[in-house]
Design a protein around this ligand. Structure first.
Ligand code: ZN
Ligand code: ZN
Length: 196
């Protein structure tokens, strides 16, 4: 946030409760102080249950000064919601047996930690022009798309531009992988900015 000079944050969308996706939540404190308001958090009921366990101090009845101040909203796949004037559609993908939310905003879709996506949810992201999708490694994995599966998924959705994210060191060097990708598919990198 400091490096990218992010001065304002309207809301946080959570995909699921795994630590690599929620551990940074305390850092909304800086925005609490600067913006002088609670931070809206959008997540599934399952994720909210986990947040109450992992960040119990943010949900305590006794207010402790300096805790992250959260305003939690429960959301469900297939039921769109608004953040200011932006409509967001949550999409469900499966992370082995765990449901995870992806998000569609206009013709942009962000999906991570997917292994399978059913027909109904693929329908929700039809017409996506910019797709961000997880791609862990080339070797088979129980709960994440491999490179082959990610490229196959991109091929089904047919966006103009796709970015691979949630990449393991086992995928190899950025420049080596990039050379092997079809046109319109890029390895995402830190600091990438996408205008929607
Ligand atoms: Zn995960
Ligand atoms: Zn993950």
């Amino acid at each position: 946030m400091l490096r990218q000079n992010v001065r304002e944050l309207d809301a946080v969308l959570l995909t699921h409760s795994h630590k690599d996706h929620i551990a940074g939540l305390d850092d909304v404190r800086a925005f609490n102080f600067k913006q002088e308001r609670n931070m809206p958090i959008y997540a599934s009921e399952d994720t909210i249950t986990a947040l109450k366990r992992e960040f119990y101090y943010a949900f305590s009845d006794v207010y402790y000064p300096g805790i992250p101040r959260l305003e939690v909203h429960a959301i469900r796949a297939g039921e769109s919601f608004w953040i200011k004037d932006i409509s967001v559609m949550p999409v469900q993908v499966m992370h082995h047996k765990m449901p995870v939310l992806g998000f569609r905003i206009a013709d942009f879709t962000y999906i991570t930690d997917a292994k399978t996506v059913d027909k109904e949810n693929k329908k929700l992201i039809e017409g996506t022009n910019t797709l961000v999708v997880n791609c862990l490694q080339e070797d088979p994995h129980l709960s994440h798309f491999t490179l082959e599966e990610a490229l196959d998924f991109i091929n089904q959705i047919k966006p103009e531009k796709a970015y691979l994210t949630h990449i393991s060191h086992r995928l190899g060097l950025h420049k080596n992988i990039q050379k092997r990708l079809p046109e319109g598919v890029e390895v995402a990198s830190d600091g990438l900015v996408i205008n929607i």
